[in-house]
Design a protein around this ligand. Structure first.
Ligand SMILES: C[S@@+](CC[C@H](N)C(=O)[O-])C[C@H]1O[C@@H](n2cnc3c(N)ncnc32)[C@H](O)[C@@H]1O
Length: 365
C-alpha cells in the first residue's frame, strides 16, 4: 500500500473509441493504438473507468475524453458519463471536483452538442492546423468537412463557449506564420496551443530548428500585431514560470506519472504519446489503481531530475526538462535533453528579452 503522503490525484485520457472519421497522415495513434478488437468503450467499462478514478482521487478528478474521434460515441454516451459522475457523488457523498475536457476534430459538433457542453461545463478543445490548405494537407479534410469545422468554431464563439484550439505545426506551416496568425485572428480564435508534428523519427518529424523559428516568428507577430488578448499556451506558460507563478502545462511539471491513457477495454498506459505494448501496460481500470499508479511511477522514475545537458541553462527551472515523451524519444531513457529543447530556448530567449526591456522601461518611466 502506498504512503498517503505520496498520493496524488490522477487524470485519465480516455480513448472512448479507436475509430476516427478522419485519416490524418501524421496521427501517432494510428500506429500506437492497442491491437484490441474492441474499438468502442462498453458501458460497464465506462462505469468502472469513472468509478476507479473517483474512488482513488481525493480532491480533483480530471477526465479528458479522447480517441480516435470521441464525438463518434454519440451524445447518449456523454449523457451517461455525467449521470455516472453525479450518481457516484450522490451515493458516496464524496466531495470531489470533477472536470471534463473533450478533444475533438470538430466535424460533428452541432447545436445539440454545444448545448450539452454548456449545460455540463465541458472544456472543448478542437484540432485545427490552420486555413484549408494547411489543415487538409495532413489531415485529409475535404472542403465540406473543413467548412463544417469552421462553422462549428463560429457557433462556439457566438454562444460564448470557452474553447481552445490545438494546432499541429508541420514542415508545411513553416513560412506561413503570418497567414496562420491572421487566420486565427479573423475567426476570433483566442486560445490555442501548438504541437510539433512528431512521428518518433527524425526524417518525418518537424525539426527543432524549424519549430524554434516558428515559435519565435509567432511571438513576434503576437507582439507586433497587438493581439495580446489572444492566449497562446506556450507563451503564457513560459511567462507564468518566468514570473514565478504555478506552471499548468503538464510538460513543465513533474506530474507525468499522474496521467494515464485508458483504452476502450479499460487498459491503462502512460500518457497518450508513448507506445502501447505489454512493456508499457500499467494495469486495467478493473484492477488496482494504486498498483497501476505505482507502475506509472516506475515508468517515469528515470525522468525525475534534469538531464545533464540542462545544467547551467537559465530556463531549466521553468521548463523543468520539458515534455518527458520528447526526452524519452532521444534514448528511451530520459537521459538527454528533450527533442525540442533548442526550439523552446529560442522562444524563451525572445520572450525573456522582451519582458526585461518592458520592466526596464517601467523602472525608468
Ligand atoms: C490523436 S487526436 C485524437 C482526438 C481527436 N480525433 C482530434 O482530432 O482532436 C489528438 C491530437 O493529437 C494530434 N496529433 C496526432 N498525431 C500527431 C503527431 N504525430 N504529432 C503531433 N500531434 C499529433 C492531433 O492533431 C490532435 O490534435
Amino acid at each position: 500500500m502506498e504512503d498517503s503522503a505520496e498520493h496524488k490525484d490522477i487524470s485519465y485520457i480516455v480513448k472512448v473509441t479507436n475509430n476516427c472519421n478522419m485519416g490524418c497522415q501524421y496521427c501517432y495513434y494510428r500506429h500506437n493504438r492497442s491491437k484490441s478488437p474492441e474499438n468502442r468503450m462498453r458501458p460497464e467499462v465506462l462505469e468502472r473507468t469513472i468509478a476507479s478514478m473517483l474512488d482513488y482521487n481525493t480532491d480533483y478528478a480530471n477526465f479528458i475524453w479522447h480517441g480516435g474521434e470521441p464525438l463518434l460515441m454519440g451524445r447518449p454516451f456523454y449523457e451517461s458519463i455525467v449521470e455516472i459522475q453525479k450518481g457516484y457523488l450522490r451515493e458516496t457523498g464524496k466531495e470531489i471536483i470533477i472536470t471534463n475536457c473533450i478533444q475533438t476534430n470538430g466535424v460533428l459538433l452541432d447545436d445539440e452538442w454545444i448545448d450539452f457542453f454548456v449545460e455540463n461545463d465541458f472544456n472543448v478543445s478542437i484540432s485545427l492546423d490552420g486555413f484549408f490548405d494547411l489543415h487538409s494537407m495532413n489531415r485529409g479534410t475535404n472542403r465540406e468537412a473543413f467548412d463544417a469545422i469552421m462553422a462549428n468554431i463560429a457557433r462556439l464563439s457566438e454562444r460564448g463557449v470557452p474553447f481552445s484550439v490545438l494546432t499541429v505545426v508541420t514542415k508545411e506551416t513553416i513560412g506561413q506564420e503570418e497567414e496562420l496568425f491572421d487566420f486565427f485572428a479573423d475567426y476570433d480564435i483566442s486560445s490555442f496551443g501548438f504541437l510539433p508534428m512528431n512521428y518518433g523519427d527524425e526524417e518525418d518529424s518537424l525539426s527543432p530548428d524549424d519549430y524554434g523559428a516558428f515559435l519565435k516568428r509567432f511571438f513576434e507577430l503576437w507582439i507586433t500585431k497587438g493581439k495580446m488578448n489572444i492566449s497562446i499556451r506556450e507563451f503564457d506558460e513560459f511567462m507564468r514560470g518566468y514570473l514565478g507563478q504555478e506552471q499548468r502545462l503538464c510538460h513543465h511539471t513533474d506530474l507525468c506519472d499522474c496521467y494515464f491513457t485508458v483504452t476502450p477495454t479499460g487498459d491503462l498506459y502512460p500518457c497518450d504519446c508513448f507506445p502501447q505494448n505489454e512493456q508499457t501496460k500499467l494495469g486495467n481500470v478493473f484492477g488496482s489503481i494504486a498498483d497501476a499508479h505505482e507502475a506509472n511511477r516506475r515508468f517515469f522514475a528515470k525522468s525525475h531530475g534534469m538531464p545533464v545537458g540542462c545544467k547551467g541553462c537559465e530556463f531549466a527551472h521553468i521548463c523543468n526538462g520539458g515534455c518527458r515523451y520528447h526526452r524519452w524519444l532521444k534514448d528511451e531513457e530520459y537521459g538527454q535533453k528533450q527533442y525540442y529543447c533548442e526550439s523552446y530556448r529560442a522562444l524563451y530567449g525572445e520572450i525573456a528579452a522582451c519582458l526585461s526591456v518592458g520592466s526596464e522601461s517601467q523602472q525608468s518611466g
